[in-house]
Design a protein around this ligand. Structure first.
Ligand code: ADP
Length: 491
């Protein structure tokens, strides 16, 4: 199967969140199953700074954007460590910037133009490169117009019209909504600007376009696939998702089991596996405590959290329990985001010297060292489409405490006498999005932590499970097959 994957970020080129991990890993996993994937991305400034081997494909095109026409080019490379072709859309006015989507405090105000350009550039590139994809796999709002283009402006271009489309929602909280006059930038017919298609409360919505026009829709866990069909999690699109529920499925993300494997990670103080987790983790914890300026105490549990500092991640709940937690434990946080939480973390670190360390920024290497050195990982998310950090934690024998939502509910098994007995227990879960419920889960974990024999079983249960991309890639391949079969039947 020839699959074109389109994403606005992918590891190792550019990353702000989980989408990048998926877009970097899925093509490799598809290739090892015998498919022929190709990946399209914008050429951001940071991509060029990586110094990868990228060649100009000697193909230029003009994209109409309202009244003007903007030139773009294609650079060609490979996904490192694989034969998967990567095509980068070169357009310095739009992509030679520090950020991917904004400055850190605000989105770029030409994001509509930037991503209309990107999406049309991808379709032009497919045509000009002579690709014949069976499937065009789009991801999140930055690629939501592509399924609409495939069925409208490009319906007479055989190489594109023959493709089936899959649209994957990685986070329904980000819709890509722009004022209605931006319809003119898209080149699409104003007739599509109606409540059944591209219009969303009087505005243009890229996410909605993907949900309406794609042949199939997927999201990154079965529980999130159900949740987004409710008004609580549906971001106003739950009605549309309910109407398409038979074409919607949830596929839990895998993890890169080479990159996130404590037996191989070069940055760890000591590498370990399921057999040596007790000693290995103790050494990594000692290193982390020293590195972070925490008291070097093996007898105190070390909690961690890594990720965007955003209300989605349950920071209001964490703020309420943090002081109580730090009476009997240590906490290390790595993240960047909302200034309110930067202040909260700075203040916590000052109030609890030697007990709390906060790294405000993005640091891939430290993320690995924290996953290996911490005892427990906190993820009290209000919603979580899939979540990767609980999977990285499980792979490192770091026991996750999660709210039972989205992918967290699909991957973390609560510790009870029954799940301990049948060997499935791997973490702690709570249901209500309240500080009390979180605290009760923390207390359960703290009391079990002292029982070393049971704790080691818990760590090993997490480490023993298969979170590789192979399983997820097979589910994507089945979905591609279903789309291609329906597409052929319709032709
Ligand atoms: P989301 O996509 O909602 O941000 P996920 O858990 O799905 O959350 O994925 C987040 C990814 O980004 C993980 O790989 C996580 O380790 C990484 N990450 C987030 N913030 C940071 C940070 N400050 N430093 C290093 N890695 C980070």
């Amino acid at each position: 199967m020839d699959v074109v994957l389109v994403a606005s970020e992918a590891v190792p080129f550019a990353k702000t969140g989980g989408l990048a991990d998926v877009a970097g890993a899925l093509p490799r996993a598809l290739a090892s199953l015998g498919h022929r994937p190709a990946l399209f991305l914008p050429e951001y400034r940071r991509v060029r700074q990586l110094g990868l081997d990228l060649r100009d494909a000697d193909i230029a095109f003009q994209i109409p954007l309202g009244a003007r026409s903007v030139e773009g080019r294609i650079l060609r490379g490979r996904l490192p460590g694989s034969e998967v072709p990567v095509y980068l859309i070169h357009q310095p006015e739009f992509f030679d910037r520090d950020g991917l989507y904004g400055t850190g405090t605000a989105d770029y105000d030409d994001n509509c133009e930037r991503f209309v350009f990107f999406q049309r550039a991808v379709l032009e590139s497919i045509r000009m490169l002579g690709l014949r994809p069976n499937i065009i796999h789009c991801n999140d709002w930055q690629t939501g117009l592509i399924p609409a283009y495939v069925r409208t402006l490009y319906r007479n271009v055989p190489a594109i019209a023959a493709a089936g489309t899959l649209y994957t929602i990685h986070n329904l909280a980000y819709l890509g909504v722009f004022w209605h006059w931006d319809m003119a930038l898209t080149g699409l017919d104003w007739q599509l600007f109606n409540w059944r298609q591209l219009e969303f409360h009087g505005k243009l919505c890229f996410m909605k376009a993907g949900l309406v026009f794609a042949d199939r829709i997927s999201t990154v866990s079965p529980t999130y696939a159900s949740e987004i069909q409710t008004s609580r999690f549906g971001s106003g699109l739950d009605g549309l998702l309910r109407a398409r529920s038979t074409e919607l499925r949830g596929i839990v993300n895998g993890i890169d089991t080479e990159a996130w494997n404590p037996a191989h990670e070069p940055m760890l103080a000591r590498r370990y596996d399921i057999a040596t987790v007790e000693e290995g983790k103790a050494q990594c914890k000692e290193w982390l405590q020293a590195h972070a300026g925490l008291q070097r105490r093996p007898d105190i549990p070390l909690f961690a959290q890594i990720g965007r500092l955003d209300p989605q991640k349950g920071w209001e709940l964490l703020a309420e329990v943090a002081d109580r937690l730090l009476d009997s434990a240590q906490l290390i946080v790595l993240g960047a985001g909302h200034p309110r939480y930067h202040t909260l973390l700075d203040e916590l670190a000052q109030r609890h010297p030697g007990r709390c360390a906060a790294y405000l920024g993005f640091n891939e290497e430290l993320a690995h060292q924290i996953e290996a050195g911490a005892d427990l990982f906190l993820m009290p998310s209000l919603f979580e489409p899939c979540g990767l950090n609980q999977l990285y934690s499980l792979a490192h024998g770091t026991v996750p405490i999660v709210r039972a939502t989205g992918g967290l509910a699909d991957t973390v098994v609560d510790t009870t006498p029954r799940t301990l007995a049948d060997g499935t227990a791997n973490g702690f879960r709570f249901d209500e999005p309240t500080a009390d419920a979180l605290w009760q889960a923390i207390e359960r974990a703290l009391s079990l932590w002292r029982d070393r024999e049971t704790w080691v079983r818990l760590m090993r249960n997490g480490m023993g499970a298969d979170w590789s991309w192979d399983r997820s890639a097979r589910e994507y391949a089945t979905t591609y097959d279903e789309i291609a079969r329906t597409q052929r039947a319709a032709c």
